[in-house]
Design a protein around this ligand. Structure first.
Ligand code: GAL
Length: 630
């Protein structure tokens, strides 16, 4: 997942909640006011996300809008979030929703918020309602964002509402937040789509290091803070218990054990510990002499991201970097910050850590809580007097990297009727024939999705109405019909305005379960207009390849040099379609492959492809799917 993240109160504007009440008393005393006016600029902002070339967007749902008064449900607000989700999906962007990101309704804060266990159910009720509304379209859910930050800032440092400084109250809030997370997770999981959705906690991993490495007192302090801030929550999920040093005594929290399908990691920095650390944010934190301060005054420390990822790996859960970014007013650190943190993430993945995604904080400059508008975290600059958004260099850097590394769009030729399948496909496109209880198209999309494809374009041929209502949860699927049968080439030409610059091309009646990444990498290295997968284990041959390059393709008349068979999955540059395509009826393989002799790259992979051309082969595919779970 390549993503960007925001939170409701920081961008929407016009909110009334615990924060809007607290703002006049905050460190900056700035009011969130109209913030980025995102509530009125939703579509424009979605366009900004789309332009970054990312695949995912993490946002939070503002509880105070949905339930402004006890027992009141604002249907318009609910509709707004539902429309947000639809608009994202229409742009091929997958939503990730956070149910609590620091803010809560005023009436609930007045009742004591997370200080009272009996209040928890109100938030769980709100969460289940939103889940019921959106879980048919939103697969990724975060329960609580950074509970340890909420607790520390609100109840120890007094920088966040309610502005309290009391360890005792902080402890109690931490315990209730654990209960709330656990109850929310269990309630959502028990709902209709619970099993299909991924629900997890978002944890800020703040690293604590001894200021003087030779000083055991500094070490002690660092370990203590790490225990209170980080381990407490990670161990909580692992063991189901709230433990010292955060708790006074170890205590079981119902439903907490295993209550996360993934772990969200927000990573920003490390803090150097001494027993005399400032407990007010105004005082500069200590840094190493070689470190560079961000505008927030804490240092840029990219290596720490790896340590944060290593810290959560013991949970054995998929890891998602749900936030990572930098406050940098003049954008002179951001490009480097982006490169370093992505580099570290890539290294972690290469070393086997199960990191599934990276969300940059933040899409655009926004209301940075107690700091107000001075701390600018955006990939887009926002001029708060005009609401004009402008892409920064750091934003361009992130977009360039994301675009270059995303799994390409998948395009499926799904139109053909099967002449050899008899009555079954007289009127029904082959791709809709059910195998093992589901259309083969669904199996193909399942595989593509597993390989990281989130965007599919289905070329439906001229019987497009038969695809009406076809969806594939977790993927943005669009369709392109033909006025009359156009052949495989004509179908692509007909859809050329919907093709991305580079796409994966699959056949709608073939299941070809290969790893896409090596194929895409081979294509990137080759610089070819097209890279095809070739198997050398098929009973027939239809091409000659040499040194990784296609020499000659002939479907009908193989020569004795022929040494491979085109197996069905290729990577194509749109420019190849534009260069060789034409109006009318024509065959892709019979036109393009011969034309690209000496040019197209070959990716060797002997994985069996399962086509369903004849009743016998269909039976083999059925048997394969029966035995294998993709
Ligand atoms: C996180 C928080 C975000 C954002 C960011 C930058 O702790 O979840 O809302 O403000 O820090 O400081």
């Amino acid at each position: 997942m390549w993503g960007v993240a925001t939170a409701s109160h920081q961008i929407e504007g016009g909110n009334t909640n615990n924060w809007s009440v607290f703002e006049p008393r905050s460190k900056s005393q700035q009011l969130s006011g109209e913030a980025c006016d995102h509530w009125n600029r939703r579509s424009e902002d979605i366009e900004l996300i789309h332009n970054l070339g990312v695949s995912h967007y993490r946002f939070s749902i503002e509880w105070s809008r949905l339930v402004p008064e006890p027992g009141v449900w604002d249907a318009d607000a609910a509709q707004w979030y539902s429309d947000l989700v639809d608009e994202l999906l229409a742009k091929g962007l997958q939503p990730m929703a956070t149910l609590h990101h620091f803010t809560q309704p005023v009436w609930w804060e007045e009742r004591g918020g997370f200080e009272r266990e009996e209040n928890i159910q109100d938030w769980v009720d709100f969460s289940t309602r939103m889940f019921a509304l959106l879980s048919d379209r939103v697969e990724w859910w975060c329960t609580i964002n950074e509970p340890a930050v909420f607790t520390t800032m609100g109840y120890v440092l007094g920088e966040f509402p309610p502005g309290v400084r009391s360890f005792k109250r902080a402890r109690n809030v931490a315990l209730n937040m654990m209960r709330a997370h656990a109850r929310c997770y269990q309630s959502l999981k028990a709902m209709d789509r619970g099993k299909h959705c991924q629900i997890g906690l978002v944890k800020n991993i703040n690293l604590f290091d001894p200021y003087r490495r030779w000083n055991p007192v500094h070490w002690g302090q660092a370990l203590l803070l790490n225990g209170m801030f980080n381990t407490c929550w990670l161990k909580g999920i692992q063991t189901g218990r709230f433990k010292p040093p955060s708790a006074l005594r170890s205590q079981k929290v119902e439903g907490l054990k295993g209550s996360s399908d993934f772990i969200g990691v927000n990573y920003y920095t490390h803090l150097l510990a001494t027993p005399f650390m400032p407990t007010k944010v105004e005082i500069d934190p200590l840094i190493r002499p070689w470190e560079q301060r961000t505008d927030f005054r804490y240092p840029m420390y990219a290596e720490g991201l790896r340590r944060a990822l290593d810290m959560v790996k013991g949970l054995n859960l998929p890891i998602i970097v749900t936030e990572c970014g930098v406050a940098d007013d003049d954008d002179d650190m951001r490009p480097e910050h982006v490169r370093r943190h992505l580099h570290i993430t890539a290294e972690a993945i290469a070393d086997g850590l199960d990191v599934r995604g990276f969300y940059h904080w933040s899409l655009m400059d926004n209301f940075e809580w107690a700091e107000g508008y001075e701390q600018r975290f955006g990939l887009y600059h926002v001029d708060f007097s005009t609401q004009k958004r402008t892409l920064k260099n750091g934003g361009k850097q992130f977009a360039d990297i994301a675009k270059a590394h995303r799994t390409p769009q998948v395009v499926i030729m799904a139109g053909g009727l099967g002449t050899r399948l008899g009555e079954m496909t007289e009127r029904k496109p082959k791709s809709l024939i059910e195998v093992n209880g589901q259309p083969i198209l669904t199996h193909i999309l399942d595989w593509a999705r597993k390989q990281g494809c989130l965007n599919a374009l289905v070329l439906t041929g001229h019987l497009g109405e038969q695809f009406d209502g076809f969806t594939h949860p977790g993927m943005a699927v669009s369709f392109c019909r033909e006025p009359s049968p156009l052949g495989t080439g004509g179908a692509l030409w007909n859809a050329r305005h919907l093709l991305e610059e580079r796409f994966l091309l699959l056949w709608g009646d073939d299941l070809h379960p290969i790893q896409y990444r090596p194929l895409v990498e081979r294509h990137e290295q080759s610089g070819a207009p097209l890279t095809m997968t070739v198997t050398q284990k098929h009973s027939a041959v239809n091409l000659h390849h040499h040194d990784g390059v296609l020499q000659n393709y002939d479907k009908a008349k193989p020569t004795k040099e022929f040494n491979g068979y085109e197996a069905g999955t290729s990577v194509v540059e749109k420019s190849a379609v534009l260069a060789h395509g034409k109006e009318g009826v024509w065959s892709w393989e019979e036109t393009i492959y011969p034309a690209l002799g000496g040019k197209a790259a070959v990716h060797l992979d002997d994985t069996t492809f399962w086509d369903m051309g004849t009743p016998e082969r269909l039976a083999l595919l059925e048997e394969f799917l029966n035995k294998t779970s993709l």
